[in-house]
Design a protein around this ligand. Structure first.
Ligand SMILES: [Mg+2]
Length: 191
């Protein structure tokens, strides 16, 4: 079986660290008082920043954030167990070189540091279905609805990994953690 997996907010909790670092950045660099509205859907609105500030913040801090993004509970354990049981693990990330020196190196370094077994890594992707088709992916896991939609449209099974913003999405089978991924693979694919 071949599994395609997203990185940010699927394997690691990037969004939480972005908010934590933005809070520090606002206080330390911009002289503000930190997060303005934690429930705001849009990031700059959450920070009370003008739209263009997001680019400056990412240019300054995204490299640090993505290399320090904490691994999600059970991710190492479950992914490595699936790999040991014969599953191929293909990491498919939208990470771009706009704010990162080398998103590929950053990603493989992080995977090595966190002891995650994998077979292939893609970064800088478009809508992700091309990488899934090219690698004969059977199951694709991502926290972003649009990626699930694009991959599912070409007939590939998808799991939507719950994040802070996708609670209303009902079209895809949802998982809240990696143990639920493992359960699903066992039940549906005898993996
Ligand atoms: Mg993601």
């Amino acid at each position: 079986m071949i599994i395609g997996i997203d990185m940010d907010d699927t394997i690691c909790s990037t969004n939480e660290l972005i908010i934590e670092e933005a809070d520090k950045y606002d206080k330390e660099v911009l002289g503000g008082s930190g997060v303005k509205d934690i429930n705001a859907y849009e990031f700059t609105e959450m920070m009370g920043w003008p739209k263009e500030m997001k680019g400056q913040f990412f240019a300054d801090r995204l490299e640090y954030i993505m290399s320090h993004s904490p691994i999600k509970d059970g991710a190492r354990e479950v992914i490595n167990r699936l790999h040991d049981n014969g599953c191929k693990i293909i990491i498919i990330s939208f990470r771009k070189d706009k704010y990162l020196k080398d998103p590929y190196k950053l990603t493989i370094d992080w995977l090595k540091e966190n002891d995650i077994k994998y077979d292939k890594v893609y970064v800088n992707t478009g809508t992700k279905e091309d990488e899934c088709i090219e690698n004969n992916v059977n199951l694709f896991i991502d926290d972003k609805e649009s990626h699930c939609e694009d991959v599912n449209r070409v007939g590939i099974d998808v799991l939507l990994f719950t994040n802070a913003y996708n609670h209303d999405e009902k079209r895809f089978k949802r998982v809240d953690n990696w143990y639920q991924v493992e359960e699903y693979v066992k039940e549906k694919y005898n993996g």
